[in-house]
Design a protein around this ligand. Sequence first.
Ligand code: NAD
Ligand code: WQD
Length: 345
Amino acid sequence: MNILITGGAGYIGTHTLVELNNAGYEFIVYDNLSNSSQASIKAVEKIINKDVIFQEGDIRDKEALKKLFSKYNIDSVIHFAGLKAVGESVSTPLEYYNNNVYGTLCLLEVMKEFDCKKIVFSSSATVYNEIDSKNYIPLTENNPIGNTTNPYGTSKFMVERVLKDLYISDNSFKIAILRYFNPVGAHESGLIGEDPSGIPNNLMPYISQVAVAKREYLNVFGDDYDTHDGTGVRDYIHVLDLADAHVKALNYLDLMANNNVPLIVNIGTGIGYSVLDIIKAYEKASNKKIPYKIVNRRLGDISKCYANPTYAKEILNWEAKRTLEQMCIDSWRWQKNNPNGYKKG
Ligand code: NAD
Ligand code: WQD
């Protein structure tokens, strides 16, 4: 029995491959390498000391997917493939809907054709709305969703709807929708990690590039939020804890009977840290000064966003184990050993 991992060459995908291997699962990676390279797969092979079956391809290429499903006995899919930059999605919405929504439809159509009916989907805390209201923090899974503010978030919301409707039409589908909070950190080997192309959009990769002197200073987007020090608060989760949640979700689907509505679960720690908290922790882990400037708020940002992770514990027996200190130590090890990510030099 094989698991198809779409987007498996990416940041979260590679870490999940390691955890799946540790749990004894067999998998096939399918990725168009639009935001990754095969060097990440080579690094995974080094960690797990085993070859990885990799097929380059796009989820929108149904013929290629059909070939893959014909060749391998695919029992379930973990679906990471997609585009993920919020700002970029505002400028190129069609690309985002095409990759994330149409791409998922292609995948689901082929799965149905081959009677493969188990899927774990990468959703995001970004699907929640009104998260600035105190009533909604920490966020539980039944918080209202869908009032998204950018095409990326809307694409995740739309796919959630597609999956729910698919289940209604055919309740032998077993579906897990994982709503990730803010994944950071890297594998402790320092061989795999986050490798953003161009200027990082997200906080931790930006800080790590300042620490390694690739960038001069960090812009802190606003210090007048209603938080303990005025800077934005988020729920940062170690990528290996997140990877482990996929293994648990897969186990859950394996044991799940038919006629079970899609599982929708927050994957976060439940702890909110501010931008200044992260800077401090990173300085400690790297023993480097992180110079920063306070600038205006970033458009579309909210003050606080963190999970209520109780349901994940209850239903999946999963909880995040790694601390912020560990997240920073592991991120720094990856950055220091690979200042240019997977690119040599
Ligand atoms: P990533 O960009 O590192 O990985 C995504 C992978 O998908 C890349 O390797 C890319 O080449 C591949 N891909 C993109 N479009 C494809 C297509 N059409 N066909 C085949 N492959 C394609 O991103 P990540 O951080 O690992 O995120 C994985 C998933 O988790 C994404 O769906 C993302 O939206 C979601 N997510 C990420 C975060 C985060 O902060 N990193 C938070 C919440 C949700
Ligand atoms: C965190 C905090 C910023 C950069 C995004 C997506 C979300 C999800 C995760 C995919 C905020 C501040 C940041 C910088 C800063 N991705 N910041 N200077 O915005 O919570 O979530 O990534 O699903 O959908 O929206 O993460 O890391 O960008 O920001 O001050 O250079 O750091 O204002 O308070 P965010 P982030």
